[in-house]
Write a protein that binds this ligand. Structure first.
Ligand code: CTP
Length: 403
């Protein structure tokens, strides 16, 4: 359980008979070296005395947004957590979380975190089978939340059926999985994200539809897996605190930022949509309508990835991205060869639910020698996991070949 050592875990406990099992979850997390921050709902305190959990956890139980010495406990908890678990998760907490409602400290913490979240439902069979509850769980799964399904067994009141919370050992395994292995520990990963903007004049630019979401998810995932991450991005969107971020705008800025940092990177993930062409000369003053329709002459930009391929040092893993609107496999494999890449991550950006601006993506990862992974439609963080798994795979097999 090396992955849990020193990791900060918010353990949320909501009101169900399974609350007593949260004690065992807490003890196992502590034994695995985690720092556990317990939060109980009011309902949970009817089933389990807060002092019990306080005695076992790394800090005292919090039960309220208002009775804490700190003014905003939910943001501190949410921001500092490496992972948030809710065990047991009642239908109410699941419903609030799925619908963005915060009505107590636990639900506010769930909304105030960007860490992976694991919910462990526990409820009576009738409630578990309720379409509203299942729909809420589907919503959460689609957003990348891990749901540890309940098992069949004895429920409160002597009934037997589905709804019994998963066993503490399985829950702790799910936490370790969600935190991911620290398999990038000690590696420097350079990630690019977003679409570049090439100025036409001080107010207009040639741009593209890349949102930066996939690149930022890659940076967050690499960081969670222990890498030193440098993110060169055009997108002003959130990144974890320990990622070094360089904000750029044009392809030339990105080229400078990437090439000056690439030599020290073990892995380069070129997820940015870099413009292939830019206006040859950007007007220094705004182009006026009265002057007629301007003719914008374009010139090529440097292909940063191809340049990285030329400069690549031994042991460096180079990953390119290919946004295509058809013939994905053919175009992607020709990019792989032409730029001398270890991996190419391709997607069909014309698909209705994948690519630019969406929260989900469906990718095809190709490597030389027939390496191939075809992902299903998944959350961009899950795509990041898949891509980094492929990077680790490639690095291991190269290491073995070098022996
Ligand atoms: N890329 C780059 N520098 C550029 C253009 C693209 O580093 N000036 C990188 C992108 O970050 C991405 C990959 O190259 O990883 C995309 O390959 P590319 O051949 O540029 O794709 P397209 O521009 O879509 O090419 P095509 O017009 O052939 O589809």
């Amino acid at each position: 359980m090396g992955g849990l050592q020193g990791r900060r875990v918010v353990l949320g406990v909501s009101g169900g008979i399974a609350a007593y099992k949260a004690v065992e979850v807490c003890r196992r997390l502590i034994d695995a070296g985690a720092y556990v921050m317990p939060v109980m709902t009011e309902g949970a305190t009817r089933f389990l005395g807060p002092p019990t959990l306080s005695a076992l956890a790394s800090e005292p139980v919090r039960t309220s947004l208002w009775e804490s010495p700190e003014p905003i406990p939910h943001t501190r908890l949410g921001q500092s957590a490496d992972v948030v678990i809710v065990a047991p998760a009642t239908a109410r907490v699941i419903g609030c979380y799925a619908n963005g409602i915060s009505d107590d400290l636990l639900t506010a913490t769930l909304l105030a975190t960007r860490a992976p979240v694991i919910v462990c439902p526990a409820m009576h069979t009738e409630m578990w089978e309720q379409p509203a509850v299942q729909l809420n769980l589907d919503l959460l799964r689609a957003r990348g939340v891990t749901v540890v399904d309940p098992g069949v067994g004895r429920l409160a009141g002597g009934d037997v059926g589905t709804g019994r919370m998963a066993e503490p050992a399985d829950i702790v395994d799910a936490v370790a999985n969600a935190l991911g292995p620290q398999d990038l520990d000690g590696l420097t990963v350079l990630v690019t994200a977003g679409g570049t903007r090439e100025p036409i004049d001080p107010v207009r630019f040639v741009g593209n539809r890349s949102s930066g979401k996939q690149g930022h998810a890659l940076a967050a995932e690499a960081s969670a897996r222990g890498a030193n991450v440098v993110l060169v991005t055009t997108a002003n969107r959130p990144v974890p605190g320990d990622v070094e971020t360089v904000l750029v705008e044009t392809a030339a800025d990105m080229e400078e930022a990437v090439l000056s940092r690439a030599a020290s990177a073990d892995v380069v993930l070129m997820a940015a949509a870099v413009a292939d062409f830019r206006p040859k000369a950007a007007a220094s003053e705004k182009i006026k309508k009265a002057d007629g329709v301007p003719e914008i002459v374009l010139e090529p930009t440097t292909d940063i990835l191809a340049e990285l391929g030329r400069r690549r040092r031994s042991g460096q893993t180079l990953v390119g991205f290919a946004a295509e609107t058809g013939d994905v496999r053919e175009y992607a494999s020709s990019k792989l060869r032409a730029k001398g890449l270890d991996l190419v991550v391709a997607n069909d950006v014309s698909a209705p639910d994948a690519g630019f601006e969406h929260d989900t993506n469906r990718v095809l990862v190709l490597g030389p020698d027939g390496f191939e992974i075809e992902g299903s439609l998944m959350d961009k963080r899950a795509v990041a996991r898949l891509v980094l798994d492929a990077v680790i795979d490639r690095r291991r097999s190269e290491g073995e070949q070098a022996k």
